[in-house]
Design a protein around this ligand. Structure first.
Ligand SMILES: NC(=O)c1ccc[n+]([C@@H]2O[C@H](COP(=O)([O-])OP(=O)(O)OC[C@H]3O[C@@H](n4cnc5c(N)ncnc54)[C@H](O)[C@@H]3O)[C@@H](O)[C@H]2O)c1
Length: 110
């Protein structure tokens, strides 16, 4: 568990269900945690998910489909937990291009 102490950690999808719970744990372990989340309204991100640790994490509202932002944010990080995702099966069938862009194309640039 000492592995994460004082280490720089980036969590994409950090305001979602898994990302925010992971952030809480990593903060408790002494990590320097940065959260990336697009906060696209219909998706799972919500600032309330980190309300109790808001002063102990950095939040960067940006989209993993932006390769320049991601390249900048990944600089100097020791660990990446890549949890951003379009998680709706129905949405993936209604709008497969967006699903592909977030869940596949963005992953290549990251
Ligand atoms: N929860 C589960 O039981 C489960 C099971 C298997 C796999 N997963 C996978 O784990 C990951 C996280 O799941 P979760 O349950 O926390 O989902 P979630 O919807 O709560 O979190 C996903 C987060 O990604 C963010 N996001 C979406 N598109 C983004 C974009 N383009 N740029 C930046 N951020 C973006 C959302 O705003 C959201 O906060 C997903 O990839 C999901 O498919 C989850």
């Amino acid at each position: 568990m000492g592995t994460f102490s004082k280490r720089n950690v980036l969590i994409t999808g950090g305001l979602g269900f898994i990302g925010s719970n992971l952030a809480r744990r990593l903060v408790a372990l002494g990590a320097d945690v940065t959260l990336v989340d697009s906060l696209i309204p219909q998706y799972g991100g919500n600032l309330f998910n980190v309300h109790d640790i808001k002063d102990r994490v950095k939040v960067n509202v940006c989209d993993v489909r932006d390769p320049f932002a991601m390249a900048y944010l990944l600089k100097g990080k020791d660990f990446l937990f890549n949890l951003a995702g379009q998680t709706s099966h129905l949405d993936s069938m209604i709008d497969p291009q967006t699903d592909l862009d977030i869940n596949t194309k963005a992953q290549l640039s990251i």
